[in-house]
Design a protein around this ligand. Structure first.
Ligand SMILES: [Fe+2]
Ligand SMILES: [Fe+2]
Length: 610
């Protein structure tokens, strides 16, 4: 029997139609949002969301000692089944257009095999390959055409040798296409001896790649991605946590040094706004300026995860004038700090340091230099200010050791490889310093910039970022500058005893020669070297014809054997040192002091009068 005949005939047809319409309307109103809620709750959570949730749970339930002693089993117990699925499939993913063999190359140094490799059916082969740091096991699994999802690198490495991936087609007929990558901007290379696997260390290349794997599509990564899931030995604390009282006050310029000043500080997150009072010294009339606020997070900093960072930019100041400033509204100017804007003559001095690595010994030599040379217009550090740029506790140390100097004299720095670490970027560096925004495209803002102080151009270059986009920018800055003196500062020294940077010699040194850069200051190799005048890679007769390349170190170093450098005028393997450069019109003097304020090296340049 047709079921329609069983329908009870209670409503007339128009009534039924109206009822059905109303029902449909309510269904739309009620069911669609419900479906959305259901689908949202089933939306796969990202690895970041899963890790944020786990870390929030840890902070609620464990003290610092317990956080510091987390073991693997405790970590695994943090995650639900769905969360484990996200950790197993959403760290690295892509689509393939045909069946493939996916190989995961895992460093044998990693103590615990990532849980998802075995759980998701990868098997360990007898194949291995190497770089100069480690041997990689090769784990493989075949996938059908469609989506491939891979998991986190593990929970116990801060900056380890993250696994990398190769993909090979299984049928050999069609062109293998890999698309829809997460993370985006995936580089696809060719697996072979000599191939690099980490973008943050592209000199580290593969050796002993098995013949049967050569030519496969190689998916590269950065070592820093291990930090995404780091939980074991991962929590830190700071000796100098923030409070409601502003601290870490420091100065820099993002604009003209004769008419502006940038002043920055931090507080805890109970302080939601910041302002600064300033006045010309000796003048009662004062001005108030509101500061910009950003919240900084270091997720693993157990006792001070969030801080508020404030930045106030003072403009329209008078050249050659001393100003007093106080953070917050006050009638009490006795605690005011002061600074002096650049005057209109062509006489000034500055100090620069090699790597400081947040050492208290740097703090000592910094204060020593300040006592001897209070006239310095600014200070500079040529990179590696700290040892891990994303660990805020290290910056807290650095600011503590430099207290009483950088709140009076601006710090104009460039990042080193330790500040911009393992492909993770230099976010804390950028957030905490305020520098000119005249950077080249293709480099993060404020990591490369230039400024002119009186008759000198300073090229502050981030040598840890790609060189190519910076090269035309360097040329433009040099070509357009009318400054008498030209100084370049960047972390990697083109000439040094240990690891000469041939790419810098090739790309930037010809520009330094063409536009006659007087001084090039670098760090990274922890020793002291000041070159003879150099042009086109050769020693020339005078600093009027060639450039002085100098490397310095601001922390103690061990004396050790180094090979000869024929171009070196002065060298030392034991630090620390600081450098005092004084410019007076056409005359420049360069002095290097040790940590007893004893003169260690000096030279002078006088440019022919115009
Ligand atoms: Fe370095
Ligand atoms: Fe260093």
């Amino acid at each position: 029997m047709d079921k329609a005949y069983l329908r009870p005939q209670v409503f007339s047809t128009p009534l039924i139609l109206n009822f059905m319409k109303t029902l449909r309307y309510f269904c739309f109103i009620l069911i669609v949002p419900a479906l959305l809620v259901v689908s949202c709750s089933h939306r796969a959570r990202t690895v970041k969301e899963v890790m944020d949730h786990a870390i929030a749970k840890l902070y609620q339930t464990k003290d610092f000692a317990q956080l510091s002693n987390l073991d693997y089993n405790q970590v695994m117990a943090l995650f639900s089944k769905d969360e484990k699925e996200a950790l197993a499939t959403q760290h690295w993913s892509f689509d393939v257009n045909q069946p493939v063999m996916v190989s995961v190359m895992r460093s044998a140094k990693q103590t615990v095999v990532p849980f998802w490799l075995t759980e998701k059916g990868f098997h360990k082969t007898n194949l291995t390959m190497k770089n100069e740091q480690t041997v990689y096991e090769v784990w493989q699994k075949s996938f059908d055409a469609g989506h491939v999802g891979l998991g986190v690198d593990g929970f116990d490495q801060e900056l380890g040798m993250h696994y990398f991936v190769s993909v090979a087609h299984l049928n050999g007929e069609d062109q293998l296409t890999i698309s829809n990558f997460f993370p985006k901007n995936q580089f696809v290379g060719v697996l072979d001896n000599g191939a690099f696997t980490y973008h943050d260390w592209d000199e580290l290349v593969l050796t002993e790649v098995p013949d049967e794997m050569k030519g496969q599509k190689l998916l590269t990564t950065t070592r820093g991605r291990t930090a995404d899931s780091h939980l074991i030995d991962a929590f830190r604390s700071t000796k100098y946590p923030s409070s409601a009282i502003p601290d870490q006050v420091h100065l820099s310029w993002s604009s003209d040094p004769s008419t502006s000043m940038d002043i920055q500080w931090r507080t805890d997150t109970t302080v939601s706004s910041g302002e600064l009072n300033y006045r010309e010294k000796g003048v009662r009339e004062e001005q108030t300026i509101k500061a910009d606020r950003i919240r900084l997070e270091d997720r693993m900093l157990a006792n001070d995860r969030y801080i508020n960072h404030f930045s106030a930019q003072l403009y329209n100041l008078q050249p050659g004038t001393t100003y007093e400033y106080v953070i917050g509204k006050t009638d009490d100017w006795s605690s005011a700090n002061s600074f002096t804007t650049s005057s209109t003559d062509n006489s000034f001095s500055f100090l620069w340091f090699g790597d400081t690595h947040f050492s208290p010994k740097f703090g000592e030599i910094l204060h020593l230099s300040y006592e001897k040379h209070p006239d310095a217009a600014f200070y500079s550090i040529v990179g590696d200010l700290v040892s891990d740029g994303l660990f805020r506790n290290q910056w807290d140390d650095l600011f503590e050791y430099s207290r009483g100097v950088f709140d009076r004299i601006p710090l104009m720095a460039v990042p080193g490889n330790h500040d911009n670490r393992a492909g993770l970027g230099a976010q804390l560096y950028r957030d905490q310093f305020s520098y000119p925004l005249n950077d080249p495209e293709g480099v993060p803002t404020e990591q490369t910039y230039s400024f002119t102080y009186k008759n000198a151009l300073f090229l502050m270059i981030d040598a840890t970022s790609p060189m190519e986009p910076q090269t035309p920018w360097i040329e433009k800055q040099l070509a357009e500058s009318k400054a008498t003196w030209k100084v370049a500062m960047f972390h990697f020294p083109p000439y040094n005893w240990e690891e000469p940077y041939l790419d810098i010699q090739k790309a930037w040194v010809p520009l330094f020669d063409k536009y006659h850069v007087d001084l090039v200051f670098s760090g990274h190799i922890h020793y002291y070297m000041r070159s003879k005048p150099m042009k086109a890679g050769k020693v020339v007769g005078s600093y009027n014809d060639g450039t002085a390349y100098a490397i310095s170190i601001a922390i103690p170093t061990q004396n050790h054997e180094i090979i000869p450098e024929p171009y070196a005028e002065v060298r030392s393997t034991t630090g620390p040192f600081y450098q005092y450069v004084k410019i007076d019109g056409n005359h420049l003097s360069f002095q290097t002091y040790d940590n007893q304020n004893k003169l260690f090296d000096s030279f002078e340049i006088t440019k022919p009068g115009k």
